[in-house]
Design a protein around this ligand. Structure first.
Ligand code: 13P
Length: 250
């Protein structure tokens, strides 16, 4: 069976001390190895990235990621961080196109394409986030919409490059405190379509949006779902560890 990816983005949360404590706790509780068949990852804020990588230590079974990075290598881009800088701080993956960035920070299909290319060039694994809004879902257009986002971001990649990409399907209506988890029924067609296009070609297809300790197992049981990308439930270490346990025993 392929690896199950179980990861969390902390979004705009945690001080340096809180980030260090979480990472230290994770190292102590997991020891040298991840539960069999799982690939854990944590995505802190930029301010904590290097500290989290340091606390986890070299050779950690937990990958560290960045929540965003710029497509240019360096230069006059005030407030931005490059792929190379993220890698230098300890990231091995980078989130691209999260709906919060598309909605509030002008991320477009075009910029996601540039960022995916820049990440791959730098040896970072892109974690491409795609997802439709509630209106699109109501009109039955979910699968077409997300396949369009994915195709636009991944255009022109060779198979070798695609094999280093993760895709997270995170419907906007399912994310955050205003969201509700997608049901297995709602996820069947999107994952079937994503699987037909990218199954076995990318590193993994993940689901994200209101994942809880109560629904994680069911979500992992959906055909084509290779992992979970989690916000709130994993912001406390105990929640994340419990999710890893649930996924390992699945
Ligand atoms: P929640 O799990 O808090 O809904 O957030 C999901 C998410 O956006 C992960 O990127």
């Amino acid at each position: 069976m392929s690896l199950r990816w179980i990861g969390t983005s902390w979004k705009m949360n945690k001080t340096l001390a809180e980030s260090r404590a979480y990472a230290r706790g994770l190292r102590e509780r997991l020891g040298d190895g991840a539960p069999e068949g799982l690939q854990p990852f944590v995505i802190p804020s930029f301010t904590s990235l290097a500290a989290v990588a340091e606390e986890l230590g070299p050779g950690s079974p937990v990958l560290v990621g960045a929540q965003n990075a710029h497509w240019e290598e360096a230069g006059a881009w005030t407030g931005e961080v490059s792929m190379g800088q993220a890698a230098d701080a300890g990231a091995s993956l980078v989130e691209i196109g999260h709906s919060e960035r598309r909605e509030h920070f002008g991320e477009t299909v075009e910029t996601t394409r540039w960022k995916v290319a820049a990440a791959l060039e730098r040896g970072l694994m892109p974690l491409l986030c795609i997802g439709e809004d509630a209106r699109t879902q109501r009109t039955g257009g979910s699968a077409e919409f997300i396949l369009g986002q994915a195709a636009g971001a991944l255009e022109g990649l060779a198979q070798e490059q695609l094999s280093r990409v993760l895709i997270a399907y995170e419907p906007i209506w399912a994310i955050g405190s205003a969201g509700r988890p997608a049901t297995a029924e709602e996820l069947a067609t999107p994952f079937e379509r994503l699987g037909a296009e990218y199954g076995g070609r990318v590193a993994g297809l993940l689901y994200g949006g209101s994942v809880t300790l109560g629904n994680a197992r069911e979500l992992l049981g959906i055909d084509g779902v290779d992992g979970l990308f989690v916000g709130r439930t994993a912001w406390e270490l105990e929640g994340y560890l419990r999710l890893l346990e649930l996924a390992a025993g699945h």
